[in-house]
Ligand binder design. Structure first.
Ligand code: FES
Length: 107
């Protein structure tokens, strides 16, 4: 179990409990967090689950694999150094306290 905080573009914070074995994208959808679409269901095909990870926490999430790297160039909102696809961030105890900011748009 981990707590994840999503911050909307307007600065509204939503903190939810996430289940181990799910992803940051699935956790947002289950908790009706606006701003993450997850159109492809987490198969790394759509880039509608784009988030900006808190700078201090970014490196701790591990490396970005090639297919995620390519898809991050297709996001609707600008890619930043801390961009990730939230469907590719698994929930484990290691992400407890994770903070992600939601982009202006996913479409
Ligand atoms: S949900 Fe489609 S790429 Fe993440």
């Amino acid at each position: 179990m981990a707590r994840i905080t999503y911050i909307s573009p307007a600065g509204v914070k939503t903190t939810v409990e996430a289940e181990d074995g799910s992803t940051v994208m699935q956790t947002a959808l289950r908790n009706n967090v606006d701003g993450i679409v997850g159109e492809c269901g987490g198969n790394a095909l759509c880039a509608t689950c784009h988030v900006y990870v808190d700078e201090a926490q970014f490196a701790g999430l591990g490396p970005i694999v090639d297919f995620e790297e390519e898809l991050l160039d297709c996001t609707s909102s600008p890619r930043k150094d801390t961009s990730r696809l939230s469907c590719q961030i698994p929930v484990t105890g290691a992400v407890d306290g994770l903070i992600v900011r939601l982009p202006e748009t996913q479409e």
